[in-house]
Write a protein that binds this ligand. Sequence first.
Ligand code: DAT
Ligand code: MG
Length: 139
Amino acid sequence: MTGNRTFTMIKPRAVAENHTGAIIQIIEDAGFKVISLKKTQLSSALAGKFYEVHKDRPFYEELCGFMSSGPIVPMILEKENAVADFRTLIGATDPAKADEGTIRKLFATSVGENAIHGSDSDENAQIEAAFFFSEFERF
Ligand code: DAT
Ligand code: MG
């Protein structure tokens, strides 16, 4: 992935509430191409590995519990300036601070259950995509 791809996952509550289709529509309407997509569920241990950078934060256990509580929809997305443009599309981590029209403003219920993930750098996009998708799936 060379600057034009990012990684996202729709989080358990948004999937459980049947917002997957609406969220993907917003993503496609914003000009992103879905490169890879699946529905899967993390164990708490795998959620912990994905969010290892936050392991010393007070919300880490809650985060691992929530992220393993039901199916998620991870995706690799492609667009020019993908990482930054996607962070703009999803909005602030805390939905109360997210701009109108952003995915988190529309679908998040709290900072902990904030509907969707978006990679924060090209390097992390690459690492996170490889966490969920084999090389064969990241064509
Ligand atoms: P982002 O997902 O916007 O990159 P982050 O990397 O700081 O935000 O945190 C990762 C996830 O951890 C976030 O999507 C939800 C959860 N989280 C962050 N801050 C939190 C808090 N203060 N209370 C509960 N959960 C939090
Ligand atoms: Mg982050």
